[in-house]
Design a protein around this ligand. Structure first.
Ligand code: SF4
Length: 156
């Protein structure tokens, strides 16, 4: 079974109440080949919610306690991000996820790039908190940008 970000399947769960629909991901869910998670909702957030970025490092650093996830107001929400990551990990284990496709650039779901904490639309290489934990636990995590390429080359 594949695990995917809820917003990629068309659910309006992003911080600003929108989705990040990817038709390939939506198709996987419709065909019951994938199930959805939103780590931020699993961590206790509501939609809409303030935007947040990782300050002082990457998702691995947040898990290690050396970086923080903060809202644009400066409010430290690291604990909720870490809770959401562990809830996502529990689900990944329950369904024995063979592939996890998460939304790029998110402080939870990014798996190649995240925003740098300046709230100036600047990105750095790195994982969000959930992707960092899932990779650390041995799961294969990719972004929607890669699965779109896979769809072009094979029938999943
Ligand atoms: S936490 Fe992940 S699934 Fe939830 S809205 Fe953000 S990018 Fe999408």
């Amino acid at each position: 079974m594949i695990l995917v970000s809820s917003c990629l399947a068309g659910m309006k769960v992003r911080y600003n109440g929108t989705d990040s629909l990817d038709v390939h991901i939506q198709k996987l869910v419709e065909e019951k080949k994938a199930v959805t998670i939103c780590p931020e909702l699993l961590g206790g957030f509501m939609t809409p919610r303030p935007p947040a970025e990782i300050v002082g490092g990457t998702g691995e650093d947040v898990l290690n306690g050396t970086a923080k996830v903060v809202e644009s107001s400066g409010n430290d929400v690291s604990e909720m991000y870490i809770k959401g990551a562990y809830e996502a990990l529990n689900i990944a284990k329950e369904i024995n996820a063979t592939l996890i496709v998460l939304k790029e650039n998110s402080p939870s779901c990014g798996s190649a790039a995240i925003y740098n904490g300046s709230f100036e639309n600047r990105k750095i290489a790195g994982n969000g908190v959930t992707s960092a934990l899932l990779k650390r636990e041995g799961f294969k995590v990719i972004s929607e940008e890669l699965i779109s390429e896979i769809f072009l080359h094979e029938d999943m």
